[in-house]
Design a protein around this ligand. Structure first.
Ligand SMILES: Nc1ncnc2c1ncn2[C@@H]1O[C@H](COP(=O)(O)OP(=O)(O)OP(=O)(O)O)[C@@H](O)[C@H]1O
Ligand SMILES: [Mg+2]
Length: 249
C-alpha cells in the first residue's frame, strides 16, 4: 500500500532523513520508533504532503505522491493525526468530526450552496459515521461539548476519530499516547486493536514501547535520520543497534 524508496530530507544542513526504505502492506500495523529528533515526524510530513522530500520516491497504492499537495493525498485515502492535537476548540466534538470529513471530500461548492439531494445524502452519511466513531471512542455523552473543554486524552481520541472519519485506506498516527493518562492509553490501544482487526492499515509513530510491542506486526527503527533496524517487535527489542541508539552510546 505504501512504499518509501530512498527518501531523504535535509533542513539547512541537518540530515533529518537519509535514504529511508520500507513498505507497509494492506492491513498491516507498522510502527516507526526512534529517539527524539530521529526523523519520524519529518517522514510523516513527507508522506502526507506537508514537506517535499529532497530525494526518493513515495508510492501510495501504486501512485507517486511525493510531489502532491496534502489535500490531494488526503483525497487518495491517506489520513493522519499530528503530534500536537489539532482540533477546533470552539466546535463541538461532533462538529469537529464533520469538519474533518469535509477536508477529505471533493464535492462542488455549488452543490453545497444549493443543498442538493446528493449533498444532503452526504451529510446524513457523515453524521452517521461521526456518531458511530464517537461511540467507539466513548465520547457520545460529550458530542455537544466544545473540543476545547475535553480532557487531553479525550481530545487525542477525538483527533484519531477525525482521522478515521473518511474511511481512510491508510492512517498515520503521530504519538497517539504522548501525555495521555493511563486510562485513555488503554482506550486508544483498544481502538487501534479493533480497527486493525477490521482491516485498517496503520502506520504508527510512538515512544511508548509497551504499546508498540503489543500492537505492531513490524517495527521500523530510525536513528538520526537513518533506518537502523526493521523487524518483528521481538527482533527489534533484541537488536544491539537499537539498544545503543536508545542508550545514546
Ligand atoms: N521544519 C523544520 N526546520 C528545521 N529543522 C527541522 C524541521 N523539522 C524537523 N527538523 C529537524 O529534523 C530532525 C528530525 O525531526 P523530527 O521532528 O522529524 O523528529 P522526531 O523523530 O519526530 O522526534 P520526536 O520524537 O521528538 O517527535 C531534527 O533534528 C529536527 O530538529
Ligand atoms: Mg515527532
Amino acid at each position: 500500500m505504501l512504499e518509501i524508496h530512498g527518501v531523504s530530507k535535509s533542513f539547512a544542513g541537518v540530515h533529518a532523513l537519509e535514504s529511508i526504505e520500507f513498505t507497509v502492506s494492506e492491513g498491516q500495523l507498522v510502527s516507526m520508533i526512534g529517539p527524539n529528533g530521529s526523523g519520524k515526524t519529518t517522514l510523516f510530513n513527507c508522506i502526507s504532503g506537508f514537506l517535499r522530500p529532497d530525494a526518493g520516491k513515495i508510492v501510495f497504492q501504486g501512485k507517486q505522491i511525493g510531489a502532491r499537495a496534502p489535500f490531494e493525498i488526503a483525497q487518495l485515502g491517506l489520513s493522519r493525526t499530528f503530534q500536537s492535537v489539532r482540533l477546533f476548540a470552539k466546535l463541538s466534538a461532533l462538529e469537529n468530526l464533520l469538519v474533518s470529513m469535509q477536508q477529505h471530500q471533493d464535492d462542488s461548492i455549488l452543490g453545497r450552496f444549493f443543498h442538493t439531494p446528493a449533498i444532503r445524502r452526504h451529510e446524513a452519511t457523515a453524521t452517521a459515521r461521526a456518531l458511530e466513531l464517537l461511540e467507539r471512542v466513548k465520547l457520545t455523552a460529550h458530542q455537544a461539548k466544545p473540543a476545547g473543554e475535553l480532557s487531553y486524552g479525550q481530545r487525542k481520541l477525538l483527533s484519531i476519530a477525525a482521522a478515521l472519519m473518511p474511511h481512510p485506506k491508510l492512517v498515520l498516527l503521530d504519538e497517539p499516547t504522548s501525555a495521555v493518562n493511563p486510562v485513555a492509553i488503554l482506550a486508544i490501544r483498544d481502538l487501534l486493536r479493533e480497527i486493525h482487526a477490521e482491516g485498517q492499515t496503520i502506520l504508527l509513530v510512538e515512544h511508548n514501547m509497551e504499546f508498540v510491542m503489543e500492537l505492531s506486526e513490524r517495527v521500523v527503527v530510525l536513528d538520526a535520520g537513518r533506518k537502523i533496524a526493521e523487524g518483528s517487535p521481538r527482533q527489534v527489542r533484541e537488536d544491539k543497534r537499537v539498544m545503543e541508539a536508545y542508550l545514546g552510546s
